[in-house]
Design a protein around this ligand. Structure first.
Ligand code: C2E
Ligand code: CA
Ligand code: CA
Ligand code: CA
Length: 279
């Protein structure tokens, strides 16, 4: 009996050791990933629901890890958010997105806004605003072609500083949206104080829209309130024509989801841009 328990403890211990070792390995690979140019950007269309045409692209980070393949952000963003690597990596994302936009422009494609995610840690980092300024200067991108998505949780965490940072970003001409709306603890009235132009309704409220009267009520309330605060609304996770129909009927302006496209690499995103008429 005692022996068996000892063996179980031992197994438990080695399991934990293996997990810790795997985590350590992941973390040290992440430390060199930026220098080894293993990160890449993918792009997912955001559609104007009125015209069903491309409005903008969300920029989503991918890690091409040798021997593993393409690693999705939920596998590594929490780790780099935790150890601070998100600051240099996040800065690289902004720069790379701006460079990509300029490349498309040089190819004669009509540039659409690119929406870049900012993590809470990045958002509170002192160097953020100066580094954005530097990137705008060095790439020459039109600031109106850049948007930042920030979660409401990140906004609520940093008190007075938040408004100051948002005002500075807004003053540069970059638009701000609230990401994953409804999953945090903010209220729309509170958001009115921030220079935010857009909110993104989290997929959690969209996925059961066809079957849940409750979710329909929540979405229609968010749309109605955003209307009165003159905010635009993007619905995330639009996967079916049913979602599209219900969201459009409720007055939602923009949609993003697998119904149109999964996030795709730059070479594929070009074809989405080619469909946008040059104005
Ligand atoms: P997010 O900002 O909410 O991004 C939307 C996520 O939903 C993306 O996952 C996208 O692929 C997925 N998605 C879009 N449409 C659909 C759909 O119709 N159905 C389903 N099931 N999923 C859909 P992804 O690319 O895996 O990114 C996950 C999260 O990682 C993002 O959530 C964002 O929080 C974070 N992330 C990604 N790139 C970056 C980045 O460059 N910086 C930071 N700080 N976070 C990032
Ligand atoms: Ca986002
Ligand atoms: Ca989101
Ligand atoms: Ca989300």
């Amino acid at each position: 009996h005692a022996k068996a328990a000892g063996r179980n403890n031992y197994q438990f211990f080695t399991q934990k050791m293996n997990l810790a070792a795997a985590h350590f390995e992941l973390e040290s690979s992440l430390r060199s990933a930026l220098a080894l140019q293993q990160f890449e950007l993918h792009f997912q269309p955001i559609i104007n629901m009125g015209t069903r045409k491309l409005h903008s692209l969300e920029v989503l980070l991918r890690w091409r890890r040798p021997a593993t393949g393409l690693v999705m952000p939920d596998q590594f963003i929490p780790i780099i958010e935790d150890n601070g690597l998100i600051v240099p990596i996040g800065e690289w994302v902004i720069r790379r997105a701006c460079e990509q936009s300029m490349e498309w422009r040089r190819q004669g494609l009509r540039p659409v806004p690119l929406a870049v995610n900012l993590s809470p840690r990045q958002f509170m980092h002192k160097g953020l605003v100066p580094s954005i300024r530097r990137i705008l200067d060095e790439t020459g991108i039109e600031p109106s072609l850049l948007e930042f998505e920030i979660t409401e949780t990140a906004l609520m965490q940093h008190g007075d500083q938040t408004l100051e940072i948002l005002d500075q970003i807004n003053a540069m001409g970059i638009r701000l949206s609230i990401d994953d709306f409804g999953t945090g603890y903010s209220s729309l009235a509170y958001l009115k104080r921030f220079p935010v132009k857009k909110i993104k309704i989290d997929r959690a409220f969209v996925k059961d829209l066809e079957h849940s009267a409750e979710d329909r009520a929540i979405v229609s309330a968010i749309v109605a309130l955003s209307d009165s605060l003159q905010l635009s609304v993007v619905a995330e996770g639009v996967e079916t024509e049913g979602h599209y129909y219900l969201l459009q009927r409720q007055g939602c302006q923009f949609a993003q989801g697998y119904l149109f496209s999964k996030p795709v690499p730059a070479e594929t995103a070009v074809h989405l841009l080619e469909q946008v008429p040059v104005t």
